[in-house]
Design a protein around this ligand. Sequence first.
Ligand code: SAM
Length: 274
Amino acid sequence: MLYVVATPIGNLEDITLRALRVLREVDLIAAEDTRQTRKLLARYDIDTRVTSYHENNERTKADALVGRLEAGESIALVSDAGTPTISDPGYHLIRAAAEKGVAVTPVPGVSAAVAALSVCGLATDRFVFQGFLPARQGKRRETLRQLQGDDRTLVFYEAPHRIREALADMGEVLGDRAAVVGRELTKVHEELLRGRLSQLAGELEETPARGEFVIVVEGRGETPGVDEETLRAEIGKLLEAGRSANDVAKLIAQTFSLVKRDVYRLVLEVAKRR
Ligand code: SAM
């Protein structure tokens, strides 16, 4: 049997009784980072053998592990934190095991995405888990554009050194929507930042971005609509006041949670007719 075991994302108490029993009883634990997993095992006096199974040896190691499973051993797959395979390794092993007819069972528990969703206060009846956005801006914006029209709540993981640019790009491409940043969830410095994307980017600007982050952004459908006539009138007023087309597009996009590129087109139209 291959057990896919969720482990804590910070607070070591966030582990189920079944997970502890399984980790104690299996023949082998396949861990993304053996040092990290040994800390958890030490906390619960578990001395099961641990082997490494990570991004770089995933494919080759999967075959060896499936061989052991076929020979009758039981293995628990764990990642550094949370649920294996959710933005973490595990896919190849599970697929290879399933192909060989080995039984695979989940031992469910924490995932940072679900933890963040549970406290975000945005709609959670339907959501899209995007995980990490591409590191390069062009690709990141392209991915965001694909999500632009989705009315479901969006969930992202982001690395601390990219959190500000990611929030800024989200604001640019998705419009200035309501969002929640969950930082260091379940840990000592847990923090939930709520606001518009532009505000959140600003808040994180002030302090060095450290820690682990989940970003939850409201879907397009939740943004209250605004009719075009109102928009044209507002744009007209700002142009009248001497603001540049770019400034006007930015302001209107922020005020009405719209996509700047779309507003810019309208601004040019209004400017032409004046
Ligand atoms: N498998 C994990 C899960 O189920 O959530 C996710 C692993 S992924 C490699 C790590 C990312 O998850 C981090 O970069 C961060 O975006 C998010 N994350 C993990 N722990 C977190 C925490 N305590 N608070 C906020 N985000 C967290």
